[in-house]
Design a protein around this ligand. Structure first.
Ligand SMILES: *Cc1c(COP(=O)(O)O)cnc(C)c1O
Length: 367
C-alpha cells in the first residue's frame, strides 16, 4: 500500500466543480490583480476568523514582514520567536531590520515555552511571535500576560493553524495581529502562494493594506513607499471555495490525529503529542518523537509510507544563524527534538485502511 504524506490531487477531485467554476469566473472577468474575488476572500476570511480586518498579501512570509514593518518594529529592536519553526518566522524579523531572539520550546509540542520567555526580555524587546506550530495553539493567555507586563506586541504566526481554537477563542484573534500562509500544503492552501494578516486595529489595517500595495489605496496616491505583495484573483477565488470546507477538513484532521494517538499510545519508544486540553488543534502536521527517527523513517519508506521532518535543524543551529553563535545547551529541548521529530501522513482524505497500515508499520518496527 502507498500512503502519501498528503494528497492535493484527491482534494481537488472532491471539489473540482467549484474550483473550476471559480477559476473560469476570474478569467472571464479579467480579475487577476485586486478586484472582486480578492475583496470577497478578504471578507470571507475575516468573517471566518471573526475579526474586522483581513489584509491579503503574496505569501505568509510577507504577511509577517508587513505586520512587523507597519507596527514600527525594526532597527535596534528585538523580537522573540520559538527555536523550532519554519525559517520564515525568523527571516521576517531580520527582513524588518530587527534582531531575532530565540526562545526554547516545550518537549512535547515544540511550542514556545512561556516559562522561558521572560529571561530573554531586554529593554530592546518589542514583540513576541508565538508560532502555533503543527496546528496546535500556543499558550496564548500566558504569553499575553507576559506581553502586557513588558508592553510587547504579539504577532501570532498562524501559518499552520487556520481554524484552531484556544479556550474557545479562534486562533488569530487574541494577539495584536495574526499572520496566515496559504501555501498549497497548508490546511487552507491556494494553488500557488498566498498569505494574509488579520487584526482588529483599523489604523494598522489600513497601513498594512497600503504597505502591501506600493503605499497606496487608489491608483496613484502613494502616501509612502511600500512593496508589491498581493494575493492574486485566481488564488483568492480558489481560497473562497476551499474556505467552505475548512471546518470539515480540520475536524477530520483532529479525528485522525486522535486515532493515531489512541493507536500509538502504548507503542514502546514512540512519544506522541498530548490530546487537546482547552484547545482544538487542527493538526497541520502529526508529529511523533522517537530516538530512532531516521531508522523509522527508512522503515516506513520501505513500506510505501511518506513522512516528513519538521524540522531537522532547529532555527538557532541553522547555518543562516551561525553568526549568533548559539550552542545546543542554549536550547536543550529544540536541540534534542530536532533529532527525534517525525511527521506522519495526515490529510483529511486519508482512509482508515491507510491509518491502520501506518500504525501497523510503526508497531512492526524493530529498532
Ligand atoms: C508556511 C509558514 C510560513 C511562511 O509562509 P509562506 O506562505 O510559505 O511564505 C511562516 N511560518 C510558518 C510557521 C510556516 O509554516
Amino acid at each position: 500500500m502507498k500512503v502519501p504524506f498528503l494528497d492535493l490531487k484527491l482534494q481537488y477531485e472532491n471539489i473540482k466543480d467549484g474550483i473550476d467554476r471559480a477559476i473560469t469566473g476570474v478569467i472571464n472577468n479579467s480579475a487577476f490583480i485586486g478586484g472582486e474575488y480578492v475583496k470577497k476572500f478578504e471578507e470571507d476570511f475575516s468573517k471566518y476568523i471573526g475579526i474586522s480586518n483581513c489584509i491579503s498579501c503574496g505569501n505568509g512570509t510577507d504577511a509577517l514582514i508587513i505586520a512587523l514593518k507597519t507596527m514600527g518594529i525594526g532597527k535596534g529592536d528585538e523580537v522573540l520567536i520559538p527555536a523550532m519553526s519554519f525559517i520564515a518566522t525568523a527571516e521576517a524579523v531580520t527582513a524588518a531590520g530587527a534582531k531575532v531572539v530565540f526562545v526554547d520550546v516545550d518537549e512535547k509540542h515544540n511550542l514556545i515555552d512561556p516559562g522561558k520567555i521572560e529571561e530573554k526580555i531586554t529593554s530592546n524587546t518589542k514583540a513576541i511571535i508565538p508560532v502555533h506550530i503543527y496546528g496546535r495553539p500556543a499558550a496564548m493567555d500566558w504569553i499575553l500576560e507576559i506581553a502586557k507586563k513588558y508592553h510587547l506586541k504579539v504577532l501570532e504566526d498562524a501559518a499552520q493553524a487556520h481554524g484552531a481554537r484556544y479556550k474557545g477563542k479562534m486562533t488569530g484573534t487574541t494577539g495584536d495581529v495574526a499572520c496566515f500562509s496559504f501555501y498549497p500544503g497548508k490546511n487552507l492552501g491556494a494553488y500557488g502562494d498566498g498569505g494574509a494578516i488579520v487584526t482588529s486595529n483599523e489604523v494598522l489595517a489600513r497601513k498594512m493594506k497600503m504597505y502591501a500595495n506600493h503605499g497606496r489605496i487608489t491608483k496613484y496616491d502613494h502616501e509612502f513607499e511600500g512593496i508589491n505583495s498581493r494575493l492574486d484573483g485566481l488564488q483568492a477565488a480558489i481560497l473562497s471555495v476551499k474556505l467552505k470546507y475548512l471546518d470539515d477538513w480540520n475536524k477530520n484532521r483532529n479525528r485522525i490525529a486522535h486515532e493515531y494517538m489512541d493507536k500509538l499510545q502504548h507503542v514502546k519508544g514512540i512519544d506522541i503529542p498530548d490530546k487537546d486540553v482547552d484547545a482544538f488543534s487542527v493538526f497541520h502536521l502529526f508529529v511523533i518523537r522517537t530516538e530512532h527517527r531516521n531508522a523509522l523513517l527508512e522503515h516506513l519508506k520501505s513500506k510505501g509510507i511518506s513522512t516528513g521532518i519538521h524540522y531537522p535543524i532547529a532555527l538557532p543551529f541553522l547555518k543562516a544563524y551561525q553568526h549568533l553563535d548559539h550552542k545546543e545547551t542554549d536550547f536543550p529541548v529544540a536541540a534534542k527534538n530536532q533529532h527525534r521529530v517525525l511527521s506522519l501522513p495526515i490529510f483529511p482524505e486519508i482512509t482508515e485502511n491507510q491509518i491502520d497500515y501506518v500504525v501497523h508499520a510503526i508497531r512492526d518496527f524493530k529498532s
